[in-house]
Design a protein around this ligand. Structure first.
Ligand SMILES: [Fe+2]
Ligand SMILES: [Fe+2]
Length: 352
């Protein structure tokens, strides 16, 4: 289905040689060898080289001494740790999501640029999760994993994160199963919405946050996410036109599913996808986010988030339009299109 790389042809070489060569590889089975350095498109290779140049040592890229717990009230510290723990939950899922996609890229015999980009994306998501860990450890040591909550707010913060992580685990299983159900091109065509969300959300946070450490962290994340989005658009442009109609529908459904899945981060939790959250979840979430804002992290309100989410989807829509497919309607974001009935099983991707 794709213009997969050409592997070295041992059979041809063996015919021209008097010494024996190994038997040809089974063409459809997973392999790591023989090695090929067929680069793929120059533009994507350029993005890979940029990723290498952009790479940073997190311990040194940020002046961590500026992140001083004593500058903030206990509620603000907890609010900030809560926001980062929530963010880190999606990011750590990202490490595994892209690591799994990296394996799939080798199996699908993708170009070198795609494989190497997936290494950098996996590494970036690891960084983003490490940022979350560092902020949490500085602000509220032990949160959200090993602390014994002493106040109602602490207990609510830990419970809220536990609920999100439990649901992410559920969707993670769906992502693993999707690798058995769909081909590489279908799964990776589904990455664009999450990466677009990250690009827009962290771009705004990097622009508007007033705390120097938080602003610098968000700028690093935004820069990384925009590269991830470049990879996602490359993959979508490449595969969306050549996968089957059934697979195209799966990708389009995943876009609506992504809206609902990331709604807990980008909007108010979508009922169908996050209906298991207990009644009090949203109230505590909003309270903790308000405390996080007090530290100088420019967390947008629901209307602001919807605006970013809409801009991200319109960006993805422009690629779907190029391919000539009918984009799905997302009424919550005032985006018109075809109506697709979806279920939580239609989410293919569980990371930002
Ligand atoms: Fe990320
Ligand atoms: Fe990302």
């Amino acid at each position: 289905m794709n213009d997969r790389v050409r592997l070295p042809d041992w059979l041809e070489l063996a015919e021209a040689d008097t010494e024996p060569w190994p038997a040809p590889l089974d063409d459809d089975g997973p392999t790591v060898m023989p090695l090929t350095w067929d680069r793929g498109p120059d533009r994507l290779w350029g993005t890979y080289e940029r990723a290498e140049r952009d790479h940073y040592a997190l311990a040194e890229a940020i002046d961590w001494s500026e992140l001083r717990p004593d500058d903030h009230s206990p509620e603000e510290r907890l609010g900030l740790a809560y926001w980062f723990a929530m963010h880190g939950s999606f990011e750590s899922a990202g490490v595994l999501t892209f690591a799994r996609a990296l394996i799939a890229a080798f199996e699908a015999r993708e170009h070198d640029a795609v494989r190497r980009m997936l290494v950098t994306v996996t590494r970036d998501e690891n960084h983003h999760d490490e940022m979350a860990m560092r902020v949490c450890r500085a602000m509220v040591p032990g949160f959200p994993d090993t602390m014994t909550p002493a106040t109602e707010l602490e207990r609510a913060a830990m419970r809220n994160i536990a609920w999100v992580q439990a649901r992410i685990n559920h969707y993670w299983r769906g992502y693993l199963a999707a690798h058995d159900r769909y081909r590489f091109g279908t799964i990776v065509s589904a990455f664009a919405a999450g990466e677009a969300a990250g690009t827009f959300m962290f771009g705004q946070l990097g622009q508007d946050s007033t705390h120097p450490v938080l602003r610098d962290l968000m700028r690093l994340v935004a820069r990384d996410e925009s590269r991830h989005f470049s990879l996602a658009t490359h993959l979508m442009r490449r595969y969306l036109p050549i996968i089957s109609a059934e697979e195209q529908t799966a990708v389009l459904k995943n876009l609506v599913g992504s809206y609902a899945y990331f709604s807990v981060f980008m909007d108010e939790p979508n009922e169908l996808f996050w209906g298991q959250l207990p009644d009090g979840w949203l109230g505590w979430h909003q309270r903790l986010e308000e405390h996080a804002r007090g530290t100088g992290l420019a967390v947008p309100d629901t209307a602001g988030r919807r605006e970013l989410w809409r801009a991200a989807f319109l960006r993805v829509k422009s690629i779907v339009d190029e391919v000539g497919l009918d984009f799905p309607a997302i009424p919550e974001l005032d985006i018109d299109g075809q109506t697709l009935a979806i279920t939580p099983e239609d989410v293919l991707v569980a990371a930002l």
